[in-house]
Design a protein around this ligand. Structure first.
Ligand code: 26Q
Length: 840
């Protein structure tokens, strides 16, 4: 009998809807191999005989992306269904690093993909090397954002993050005759398999023009009539949690021309202007500004900031209206976190959207805004505080300036109630700086508009409360808190140091990957000579691997058993790479004077980029090379001292460097480095630290114990005190013969005989005012380095300290940081994602 079941739609519905997907996104090596073949053939149009390693990389990446996608669908659907409160993270920078390796780890697909790739006769390690990393950030701040994406997804925290899809990321650094040369970073040239273009998700962003008041429902509303409009288009990157089903979104915005707008001009026959407008629009997201810690008042930079923030907030409101109707509920659905002041114009933009576009009354709009913004400060350097000249601001964002005036007026009126005649206080709190030039202070806007303000290490938070934000802290101390930075244990241990990860897992299990405090379980093993030996062997093999790369790239042969003394970070006078050089020169002089000196062979490694316009930083790079050459050529020191500069510090190179370090250099002038995160990556990989009492160094030292940390130098309070009482660097130079010799050598051209005056500007700065107090810390640093050398001569002890160091680094996981943000600021709870049975 015909039951007609085959015609019955409900019967069809019993077939798992994703059945074919299960095959397409299956995790058996055969299925993965088939998927790679399909991509190579059907998407990339390549046949095996001509496919390059890069083609193989693309095919594997697409195959992995397919497997991320159905987890993302499930995640988005779950958030939607549960109406989960989400974090919206706004950052102008994300320094993600290579995606393939970390995605394989997070999805648990490394072994299966390795096998699949083997079946196709490809080589996974070669494939992993092919990737152009998205270098969409300058340094610490951008990399922190990337570690936080990892932690949010791993902790199953509902989040959507927004940023800018720069066509050119941070420049590639080449070294020519010892000088830094910048090359454009064409990371998108061969396509980006990780992004999903969303031509259907676009928003218009206005610029310039004027505002008008009009009558609406018996009241007044303001209309902004711009003189140009740009369209933002979304590009999504999927961010997978480790060992969970959560896949969150990083949504990056690209600027495009708005054709409609062009057409008006076209019709008037102004073809050239229309084409020009297209170019101008697209310029907005062309290139990342390569300066950190130095705010430059460039119009294009403000355009970038406003552009991405406006797209993000419009998109957020779109999502909000999918769930709810009443904007007063917005703070129950979303929290918006500002990564520094770069997205702080968002406070004014959100007010504009609520008041002008959604007709909310001012008071209600302000209440909603203040309830859902948080601001993280990342700097103590006054020159890094963003300020925009009023003239520029009003030209680009006339409506926002009106809104800022209104916010400021109401805010200052409220302050006046408690402090009626305190003009200094009012001037310090004002969002508008009056002299020497009228400017909008973005940090003040962020503070006024936010419910929570935080620093990134205990000392940093203390210093901002007493310094730049003192008046805000007096007013609303409850808004302030500390959230010490953290790093991803997945990327900076599991992925980048597989040898150490395996050794650790062998002894304490693999729980540490998601609960870094479990590393404590290593402590008892520090007494076990067998374990110490294995630990030392892993370090040696990491050092050997780095030595091989140094030889291949630079032609320099370094001794892998020497002490690897490493400083890698952006070049900055406050980070004091040149203090490190003064030690190297002193050690060199001592070795020449006394070949019997009791000191281990050392390889001093530097890596880092200088902002292209930062002359002193570039000169320090040149000096590193000059010293390296001189030392290398001197038979008197042989392999007892070597200096190497590894060009183009980026995430990929960093992952090879941290695991090979014995000694981590964290030597900034106390009170200048907000936190530092490289310090955490080194220590997690078993390097001991030589450092000042600055940023997170202080907390690292507390965690690992004073005996694992070579402390030296003035404290932040002492630095301030010495400056106040009249600091005299020249007197220190006069009274210290070894210091004098080192500086005289630099100044007289000992390291650059063919250009003897080259480094005079550097030495002049040190001897005249020495703003970063190298002279003041020199002797303490040299003495501390001597202790380092003597400790390294006792390998058993060194490795035992190294083990304890790693064992006590649990607190510096980004997971801990994100948990604190969730519980103390965001009010967002984890939402586990459960896959339907057919995917399990
Ligand atoms: C601002 C305006 C115009 C152009 C560029 C900028 C700009 C860009 C990047 C200003 C600053 C930055 C980056 C700052 C940064 O990386 N700060 C670091 O943040 C880390 C994470 O919190 C800390 O660990 C470091 O201590 C801090 O220096």
């Amino acid at each position: 009998m015909l039951t007609g079941d085959f015609m019955n739609p409900s019967h069809l519905a019993t077939i798992p809807p994703d059945d074919h997907n299960r095959v397409r996104t299956g995790t058996h090596p055969e299925q993965i191999a088939q998927s790679i073949r399909d991509h190579l053939h059907l998407i990339q149009a390549r046949f095996p005989a001509v496919a390059t390693p890069y083609d193989h990389y693309m095919a594997v990446a697409y195959a992995v992306r397919d497997r991320l996608l159905h987890r993302w669908t499930r995640t988005a659907e779950t958030y939607y269904r549960r109406r989960s409160k989400s974090v919206c993270y706004l950052s102008a920078e994300y320094l993600l690093g290579p995606q393939l390796g970390s995605n394989l780890l997070h999805l648990g697909l490394m072994p299966a993909v390795r096998e699949a790739v083997g079946m196709l006769d490809f080589d996974l390690d070669e494939i992993l090397e092919q990737e152009f990393e998205p270098g969409l950030g300058n340094g610490g701040l951008g990399r922190l954002a990337a570690c936080y994406l990892d932690a949010m997804a791993t902790l199953e925290v509902p989040s959507i993050s927004h940023g800018i899809r720069y066509e050119f990321g941070i420049f590639a650094q080449e070294i020519v005759n010892g000088w830094q040369v910048e090359k454009a970073d064409k990371w998108l040239r061969l396509g980006n398999p990780w992004e999903i273009a969303r031509p259907e998700i676009t928003f218009e962003v206005k610029f310039g023009g004027h505002t008008e008041v009009y009558n609406c429902d018996g009241g007044y509303q303001v209309r902004w009539v711009p003189d140009s409009v740009v369209r933002g288009m979304a590009y999504d990157t999927l961010i997978a949690g480790y060992g969970v089903n959560t896949v969150n979104l990083l949504r990056l915005w690209k600027a495009e021309a708005v054709e409609d707008f062009d057409f008006q001009i076209f019709n008037r026959g102004d073809y050239y202007r229309a084409v020009l407008d297209k170019v101008t629009s697209e310029n907005i997201t062309k290139v990342l500004y390569p300066n950190d810690e130095q705010a430059e008042g460039k119009a294009l930079r403000l355009k970038q900031q406003y552009f991405f923030v406006s797209c993000a907030l419009q998109d957020l409101l779109r999502l909000f209206f999918q769930k709810s109707k009443d904007l007063r509920d917005f703070p129950d659905e979303f929290f918006i976190q500002l990564n520094d002041t770069h997205p702080a114009v968002g406070v004014a933009e959100f007010m504009r959207l609520l008041v002008d576009e959604y007709s909310l009354g001012w008071d209600t709009a302000w209440e909603v805004t203040q309830a859902c913004f948080g601001y993280t400060n990342h700097t103590l350097m006054p020159e890094a505080l963003e300020k925009w000249p009023l003239s520029l601001f009003s030209q680009l964002l006339p409506r926002h300036l009106e809104i800022i005036y209104e916010i400021n007026q109401r805010f200052l009126d409220s302050v006046r109630i408690s402090f009626p005649d305190d003009v200094d206080r009012l001037a310090a709190l004002s969002i508008i700086e009056e002299a020497p030039e009228r400017q909008v202070r973005m940090a003040n806007l962020a503070c006024v508009g936010s419910r929570a303000i935080n620093g990134v290490a205990a000392l940093h938070t203390d210093l901002i409360k007493k310094g730049v934000f003192k008046d805000f802290h007096d007013l609303t101390p409850e808004k302030f808190s500390n959230k010490t930075n953290g790093v991803s244990p997945r990327r900076f241990l599991l992925l980048s140091n597989p040898g150490l990860a395996e050794l650790i897992t062998h002894h304490i299990g693999d729980g540490w990957v998601k609960d870094l405090d479990l590393l404590r379980g290593l402590e008892p093993h520090a007494k076990n000579p067998g374990f110490v030996k294995d630990w030392a062997a892993v370090k040696l093999s990491n050092k050997t691997r780095l030595a091989e790369q140094v030889l291949a790239r630079l032609g320099i042969r370094v001794n892998p058993t020497a002490l690897f003394d490493i400083q890698v970070k952006r070049l900055h006078e406050y980070k004091r790479q040149h203090l490190n050089l003064l030690h190297i020169i002193t050690l060199y002089n001592r070795l020449r004077d006394n070949p019997a000196l009791k000191a281990p062979p050392r390889v001093c490694i530097f890596s880092g980029k200088a902002a292209p316009g930062y002359w002193q930083a570039k000169l320090i790079i040149r000096l590193i090379h000059a010293v390296a050459d001189t030392v290398q050529k001197d038979p008197a020191v042989g392999d007892r001292l070597q200096v190497v500069f590894i060009p183009d510090f980026n995430v990929k190179n960093a992952q090879k460097i941290y695991p090979a370090a014995d000694l981590s250099e964290q030597i900034s002038t106390a009170g200048m480095e907000a936190s530092g995160t490289g310090n955490m990556k080194f220590a997690l990989n078993g390097a001991l630290t030589i450092g000042t009492l600055d940023g997170a160094n202080i907390e690292i030292r507390e965690a690992v114990g004073a005996e694992n940390f070579f402390l030296f130098g003035l404290s932040a309070a002492e630095v301030a005190h010495r400056k106040a009482e009249g600091y005299n660097p020249h007197a220190i130079y006069e009274s210290n013969p070894e210091l004098r010799l080192a500086l005289d050598q630099i100044a007289s051209g000992f390291f650059t005989p063919r250009d003897t005056g080259l480094f005079k500007p550097l030495v002049d700065t040190l001897l005249s005012h020495d703003p970063f107090m190298l002279m003041g810390d020199y002797q303490a640093y040299i003495d501390s380095q001597e202790r380092v050398g003597l400790t390294y001569l006792r390998p058993e002890r060194w490795h035992r300290l190294s083990i304890l160091n790693t064992a006590r680094m649990g607190r510096f996981s980004a997971d801990r940081s994100i948990r604190e943000y969730c519980e103390e600021i965001w009010g967002v709870a984890p939402q586990p994602i459960v896959m339907p049975a057919e995917f399990s």
